[in-house]
Design a protein. Structure first.
Length: 619
């Protein structure tokens, strides 16, 4: 059966797929969102939390570009915390624990509100490529009870976001089950389809911890970890009240605390004694797992001198008794998991609702895409999320937004766009992916961003909203709010450059390290200035206190601008560059960098190689 042509087709209903479809709808494109089970769209497979260090900055960037993740988080958050609040604003990380069931329902509701998006239940069996360009996909449609017709969906652009489902294999001890999540099938055919198209596939591993029944935990014996007394939403629309349901205020849902327990030497001893039963250590799993979110068995081996590790007990929903054990991701056998859980303080009688497991899955080595998310081998095929070797909802959503945006731009004959490293954490991530082969699932950290003083959570709108409006992603409501905020910031800065305190202009006085938001608000009140939103005060204060460092960073960015804007030809034969070392030739040939700046960040390419390359390109 054939359907009417779509503008773009998005495959996969996870966080990357949802954001890609939403971006397409924002641009007025007709979008087909193909997913094996639409009822699972937006599912939080692992920890039901959004944001954190660097990840929170990415969610703010997604919001500044018209994305949906911040809206869904604000509507379903049951605990909001600003991480690293005792440090400087450049490393603050907004984080929210969400109700996982309400989050998925909210994502589905948001997608259903867009008439541009058709959600199709089915599994993609083949991507149709004609003369090196995407033409459409063959989909085995699904009904609630059985497979249905095979559909051909035509489109000039396809965004592939398979998550952990490509040949997914779950491990708990020696037990292996096919699937990308518990009780959900693996996507088998798409791996073969990609290989047929000539893509080089790899295999990675991630994991998840056991879930416990809340009523079986003695929380009174544990350290309490409450949320912030004055929660800060992720979306500027929520802050304005525009995104909050009628008659409600933010936060929308009842707020819940988390609790802290820990492992001990008895647990570590048992784990060491059972490593021969751990899939990561007995050869059952040969792929790499996330180094920065290791399993408990990895922690015990790698940090043998540590007598204990923190475990955060986090509620998964207001409507269920599920507690997420953040810190003991594992694929150990069930009996070992039982011992681990019941020997943690407060958990002696804890009941495990679901054992932890590891999942292996196929991915596409990301040197085969560029920073627009389009593959170099097939025009019109875009990849986003864990298929590119990343880990995390936020990383997936950021890629999905860029992929959806560029997929639509391609179909309209517009040039594809990318974000630079100095513009956004999303830009840092995509640049890292296309210049460094991941050895384990890629996770974003503030340390990856050399311009992190500029890439703060509080200024994402200043960095990206005008760009999002130019690209067509930002709607009128968000744009008007941004303009109002920008005008308020301008007025505030004018007052601070005019008013004085202790013989200094307020803008100079605020450079003092002891000046905080409360002190600044008090000083402005004393000079008769109208009260300002404390979030805006915090932003202005950060700009003032970081001013010297920011000026230096801006000069460094300007120096690198020439390299970043020097485009390199697609498919170029670098063996033709006279004098270029063999290692550099091989690296450049494999990665095919889009710009001279990207080439300079490839491992194995030296500054001398870049000089030779610049001269060669100049000719």
């Amino acid at each position: 059966m054939k359907q009417e042509p779509f503008d773009i087709i998005v495959i996969g209903g996870g966080h990357a797929g949802a954001e890609a479809a939403w971006a397409g709808a924002n641009l007025g494109a007709r979008v087909a969102l193909v997913t094996m089970d639409p009822r699972r769209t937006g599912t939080m497979s692992c920890n039901p939390a959004i944001g954190g260090l660097a990840k929170g900055q990415m969610v703010r960037e997604i919001d500044a570009l018209g994305g949906m993740m911040a809206l869904a988080t604000d509507a379903t958050g049951i605990q909001f915390r600003m991480l690293n609040a005792s440090k400087g604003p450049a490393v603050w990380g907004p984080r929210a624990q969400c109700d996982k069931h309400r989050y998925a329902a909210q994502v589905q509701e948001l997608l259903a509100s867009r008439r541009e998006i058709d959600v199709i239940a089915g599994e993609v069996e083949r991507i149709v490529v004609e003369r090196g360009k995407v033409a459409g996909v063959w989909v085995k449609a699904r009904t609630q009870n059985a497979d249905g017709d095979t559909l051909y969906l035509a489109a000039k652009a396809v965004v592939l976001t398979t998550g952990t489902f490509m040949r997914g294999l779950m491990h708990t001890g020696e037990r292996k089950t096919q699937g990308g999540r518990v009780n959900e099938e693996a996507a088998v055919g798409i791996s073969g389809a990609l290989r047929e198209l000539g893509f080089e596939l790899g295999r990675l591993k991630t994991g998840t911890p056991p879930r416990l029944a809340a009523e079986t935990i003695d929380f009174s014996a544990l350290e309490l970890q409450p949320g912030d007394r004055q929660p800060v939403p992720f979306s500027d629309l929520t802050l304005s009240g525009a995104a909050v349901p009628s008659g409600r205020r933010f936060p929308v849902l009842e707020q819940r605390p988390c609790h802290i327990t820990h492992t001990n030497e008895a647990i570590h001893e048992l784990i060491r004694a059972n490593l021969h039963r751990a899939p990561m250590y007995n050869g059952q799993i040969e792929t790499s797992g996330p180094r920065y979110c290791p399993s408990i068995e990895d922690k015990v081996v790698r940090f043998a001198d540590r007598p204990s590790h923190h475990v955060y007990l986090e509620p998964e929903s207001l409507d269920t008794n599920e507690i997420y054990c953040n810190g003991i991701s594992t694929s150990l056998p069930a009996d070992v998991q039982e011992f681990v859980v019941r020997n943690m303080p407060g958990c002696a009688d804890a009941k495990i609702l679901r054992h932890g497991y590891a999942v292996e899955y196929d991915m596409v080595w990301p040197h085969q895409i560029d920073a627009t998310c389009m593959t170099k081998r097939v025009e019109g095929l875009f990849l986003a999320g864990q298929i590119n070797g990343t880990s995390g909802y936020e990383e997936a959503a950021g890629q999905g937004l860029i992929a959806g945006l560029n997929a639509v731009r391609l179909t309209r004959g517009q040039s594809l766009v990318m974000l630079r490293r100095d513009q956004a954490y999303i830009g840092v991530m995509l640049d890292d992916l296309v210049t460094k082969t991941p050895r384990e699932p890629y996770r974003m950290f503030t340390s990856r961003a050399e311009w992190r003083l500029s890439l703060r959570a509080d200024n994402a709108d200043e960095r990206l909203t005008e760009l999002g409006r130019q690209w067509g992603l930002v709607d009128d409501a968000s744009w008007n709010l941004y303009q109002d905020r920008r005008a308020a910031l301008t007025r505030l800065r004018e007052v601070m450059n005019r008013a004085t305190r202790d013989g200094q202009k307020l803008a100079e006085w605020a450079r003092r390290p002891e000046v905080d938001v409360e002190a600044l608000a008090s000083a402005l009140s004393e000079v008769g200035a109208a009260s300002a939103d404390k979030r805006l005060l915090a932003r202005v204060l950060a700009d003032i206190q970081y001013a010297g460092y920011l000026q230096r960073q801006h000069r460094e960015v300007a120096k690198l601008a020439a390299q970043e804007s020097t485009r390199l030809p697609t498919g170029y034969d670098y063996q033709r560059v006279t004098g270029l070392r063999r290692e550099a030739q091989q690296t450049l040939q494999r990665f095919q960098p889009a710009t001279l700046g990207q080439a300079s960040r490839l491992a194995g390419v030296t500054p001398a190689d870049i000089m030779l390359l610049a001269v060669s390109m100049g000719r």
